[in-house]
Design a protein around this ligand. Structure first.
Ligand code: GLY
Length: 412
């Protein structure tokens, strides 16, 4: 059954649910699918599911190579989500009947010049302090693993547990699993949240249709603030961070071009190359604070190709298939917002956004957390540090949209 058609043909009597998920990116789709598995009557609304950051992303599952000083709680959440990935994919492939694109290939992080090498050694020391699995390699050892690396590479870190998933295949599998489960997908924009007596009562769609539900999950990435009916304290405090990214094609005669993810810094600038099984090579990504701009620029493409070419000169010979730009939803502390909004917002309004650079990685754990919350009213302990209410004490200017006040569980 086509889920879009099932929603389009639903009668008014069908349009009452336990929960509505606003946003059909990876986070929203996965949360809805896991919730439906738990028996929650759920619907998803999105004018073009899977078309935003979920489509543009590279699909790296990189809690260790993207670990940052001071972000240890986020690292723990990322490691837990990476641990859940194989089970999540197995369940999803069973439910969808199509492959979801997971590849356990590991990651090699390399350094280009002496300053890059010094930064790599700091990262290696940080990994050692935290007991994370990573192995320091010489430049020669790096080239033994990846012969197409430039001889200029001075050293690297092999992180055997940082893998990848093809985010476009993952999106397609989630859409199919939702369809197989009979979850309605409304291909329309949510223009308003309906609130009655201080509690969420449903959502209004652009075409004028009203959906009723006592629980609404905002999983619309950096577009969650566009929805009418939310008091300022309930609008997710996320800002868009633009990422430009390239998709190259590796001709069969040149495969395997790279055997694992290669990422590196080139004179302090980060770049990554993600080789897919089916011959795609994803090269990313810029990080630009330009509001809602999604223009692909000559400078963005040039910078990515220049740095990728410095690390792997053969990149210059590959056909360029696609250049795209997406918006990462970033919170004030780079960590996701998971759970009910505070007392400024209506009861029953739940956030699942702000995943910034980690949306694909954090999809399984976010889906589990939101499904548990929708099914039982309880936010699992692993998400307690990521409640939207954590910005309680922040100045109003930065917390205005974070959802402030003590936590509430969502009761059904
Ligand atoms: N996690 C990779 C990126 O955000 O570019």
């Amino acid at each position: 059954m086509d889920v879009a058609r099932s929603a389009d043909t639903a009668s008014d009597a069908d349009e009452a649910f336990d929960a509505i998920v606003v946003g059909g990116g990876l986070i929203g789709l996965a949360a809805a699918w896991r919730a439906a598995e738990r028996g929650v009557r759920v619907a998803v609304a999105d004018p073009d599911p899977g078309s935003g950051a979920s489509r543009v992303a590279a699909g790296m599952l990189a809690p260790v190579t993207e670990a940052h000083y001071g972000e240890e709680p986020l690292l723990r959440l990322g490691l837990e989500s990476a641990r859940r990935y194989p089970g999540f994919i197995a369940d999803l492939e069973r439910a969808a009947g199509i492959p979801a694109g997971y590849r356990a290939c590991g990651t090699l992080a390399v350094a280009f010049d002496r300053d890059d090498l010094a930064a790599l050694d700091e990262l290696a020391a940080y990994h050692r302090r935290l007991g994370l699995e990573s192995a320091r390699l010489t430049g020669r050892e790096c080239r033994e693993l990846e012969p197409l690396l430039t001889p200029a590479v001075g050293g690297g870190l092999l992180v055997a547990g940082d893998h990848q998933v093809d985010n476009r295949m993952l999106t397609a599998a989630l859409l199919k699993a939702l369809s197989n489960a009979g979850v309605p997908l409304y291909r329309d924009r949510v223009v308003g949240i309906t609130v009655e007596g201080g509690r969420v009562a449903g959502a209004r769609l652009g075409a004028g249709r009203a959906l009723r539900a006592g629980l609404v999950v905002l999983a619309a990435g950096c577009h969650g603030g566009d929805i009418a009916g939310l008091p300022p304290g309930a609008v997710p405090a996320v800002r868009p961070v633009k990422g430009q990214i390239l998709r190259l094609t590796v001709p069969a005669a040149q495969a395997p071009f790279l055997s694992r993810i290669v990422r590196g810094t080139v004179r302090g600038r980060p770049v990554y190359l993600v080789p897919r099984d089916h011959g795609e090579l994803v090269v990313g990504a810029t990080a630009e604070e330009l509001g809602f701009d999604t223009q692909v620029t000559a400078g963005g493409v040039y910078g990515l190709l220049r740095d990728a070419h410095h690390l792997v000169p053969g990149v210059g010979e590959l056909p360029l298939a696609q250049a795209s730009a997406g918006l990462r939803p970033a919170s004030a502390d780079n960590a996701p917002l998971l759970g009910p909004v505070g007392p400024d917002g209506p009861r029953g309004l739940i956030l699942a956004t702000g995943h910034y650079r980690n949306g694909v990685l954090l999809t399984p754990v976010t889906a589990d957390v939101i499904a548990e919350l929708l099914a039982t009213g309880n936010l699992p302990p692993i998400a307690h540090g990521f409640r939207p209410t954590r910005f309680d004490r922040a100045p109003r200017a930065t917390a205005a949209a974070a959802g402030v006040g003590p936590d509430r569980t969502a009761s059904r």
